[in-house]
Design a protein around this ligand. Structure first.
Ligand SMILES: Cc1cc2nc3c(=O)[nH]c(=O)nc-3n(C[C@H](O)[C@H](O)[C@H](O)COP(=O)(O)O)c2cc1C
Length: 174
């Protein structure tokens, strides 16, 4: 199966995951880059205004692949804004796709909300969705601490802790 991984990462976690999956599955990979003069201000305007920012052109074409795997953080229960821009832009040429996120937390209704956003943005349901919450890497007493979870930098070695969730993702494309 010819797979394209398109990812967005603001603080690096989803970049680590995207490269791990690209290396282990053997996929082409490309980063979604928002066009921002002031990175933090742009992020805050997107977050508080629920804006979809302009992004750099995406070089690879979904129609040249059997499947596209999108990888991005979640903010406020939803898909990171630059990835929403990408999903909307690629909609006309998008076939089978899936979505994976190295997000922060387990939240009621988060998964259903993400699936609905994917459907609204692309007009079709994803084949697979998987959340890998960073809080699972922390001791129990820190798992609800927003500052600790947001500051946690995930390494490739950390990804092993996601066990079968991670191997399931690799298995989708075997
Ligand atoms: C302002 C803000 C809001 C967030 N909201 C959520 C959320 O609703 N659900 C969740 O699971 N994670 C949430 N997170 C956690 C991020 O998704 C998580 O830190 C992610 O690993 C960051 O990815 P990155 O390093 O690739 O940018 C939020 C983080 C920030 C900074």
């Amino acid at each position: 199966m010819k797979l394209l991984i398109l990812y967005y990462s603001r603080t690096g976690n989803n970049r680590v995951l995207a490269h791990y999956l690209s290396d282990n599955i053997g996929a082409d990979i490309e980063e979604i880059t928002p066009l921002r003069r002031f990175k933090l201000l742009g992020f805050m305007l997107d977050f508080f205004g629920n804006r979809t920012p302009k992004i750099a052109p995406i070089a690879r074409r979904p129609q040249d692949y059997d499947h596209v795997l999108f990888i991005a953080p979640l903010y406020d229960m939803g898909i990171a804004h630059p990835m929403k821009t990408a999903l909307g832009a690629l909609k006309p040429n998008l076939g089978a796709y899936s979505f994976v996120t190295l997000c922060g937390y387990h939240r009621d209704e988060q998964s259903a909300h993400v699936r609905q956003e994917l459907l609204d943005l692309t007009g079709k349901m994803p084949a697979h969705v998987q959340e890998l919450p960073v809080c699972d890497l922390l001791p129990a007493e820190k798992q609800r601490d927003v500052m600790t979870v947001s500051a946690r930098k995930v390494t490739t070695a950390d990804l092993d802790a996601f066990g079968s969730k991670l191997s399931d993702i690799v298995g989708w494309f075997a």
